[in-house]
Design a protein around this ligand. Structure first.
Ligand SMILES: Nc1ncnc2c1ncn2[C@@H]1O[C@H](COP(=O)(O)OP(=O)(O)OP(=O)(O)O)[C@@H](O)[C@H]1O
Ligand SMILES: [Mg+2]
Length: 262
């Protein structure tokens, strides 16, 4: 049983072919995370799956009547316009007070109804976006970089929340993330995208694979490998315990040197 699927999906935007031959499925109650460098087509893939963008080749299949909660990567909110959380939850679709209350407590923000959106912290703001997406009682949550702007503890807390929401609502989650550390713990499956699917698998299986070590297993160096690799051909797998030995001066090392092989 599949909620949503792509089969050999191609997407062209203007003159550019952004996605080629993407095949994937999301099943009920699964948490699937898409990783990939900027411009690799992650948001485009989500939008094509949701039917916001047309396929130029292949096809997208959605279960009939599928209820989706979508949080786009960029939200056009006029920061100068006063708006309470309660009002925001009723846009674009009206919801009852009871629904708003339920959604807000589900994301751990009971009682913020009357607060101004602009007064929320980054983490609270992202939770309100999630609460709004939950109003449709979705079978599938589609979240495009839901932890943008959060610090690492905030991010970890948000992923715990997503796992909790999946647990209580049974909704499947398809999300885009850049955080290689928390993603592996929070996902049933990870898909690495770069215009096409480079690799994918369960964290458990993949974490012992050389491809995983090359892509995700070396802390920030793993992130670097991910961002540099372009195709699913050869990766250099020679750095099994290489932490601390490979400083290439890439200027992106944020010091998260712990291994994440668990
Ligand atoms: N309307 C458009 N017309 C032409 N090209 C576009 C259009 N929208 C996006 N693109 C291009 O499609 C590619 C993929 O964009 P997309 O937003 O899907 O990437 P992404 O993986 O989500 O990136 P990021 O990590 O920055 O969010 C980019 O090269 C982008 O320039
Ligand atoms: Mg994007």
């Amino acid at each position: 049983m599949t909620l949503i699927a792509a089969e050999g999906l191609d997407v062209r935007l203007g003159q550019t072919t952004v996605l080629t031959g993407v095949t994937l499925q999301v099943r009920p109650a699964e948490i699937v995370t898409i990783l990939g460098p900027n411009g690799s087509g992650k948001s485009t893939l989500l939008r094509a799956l949701l039917g916001i963008l047309p396929a130029s080749g292949g096809r997208v299949l959605r279960q009939a009547g599928l209820r989706v909660g979508y949080v786009p990567q960029r939200l056009m909110i006029d920061r100068s316009l006063p708006m309470t959380v309660r009002r925001f939850l009723s846009l674009p679709q009206r919801c009852s007070d009871a629904q708003a209350t339920t959604a807000l407590s589900r994301v751990g923000l009971p009682g913020v109804d009357a607060q101004q959106m602009t007064d929320l912290s980054g983490g609270q703001f992202q939770r309100v976006l999630l609460a709004r997406a939950l109003l449709a009682d979705p079978q599938l949550l589609v979240l495009d970089e839901p932890t943008q702007g959060l610090d690492q503890p905030g991010e970890a807390a948000f992923y715990r929340l997503i796992a909790d929401v999946r647990e209580t609502t049974g909704a499947a989650v398809l999300m885009v993330s850049h955080d290689l550390h928390v993603v592996m713990a929070a996902s049933d499956r990870v898909i690495c995208l770069n215009g096409h699917i480079c690799c994918e698998g369960t964290p458990r299986v993949v974490s012992n694979a050389p491809e995983y070590r090359a892509l995700f297993g070396l802390g920030t160096l793993g992130a670097l490998a991910l961002y540099q690799h372009e195709h699913d051909h050869h990766h250099d797998h020679g750095h099994d315990h290489g932490e601390g030995h490979h400083h290439h001066g890439h200027g992106q090392n944020h010091g998260h040197g712990h291994d994440h092989a668990g």
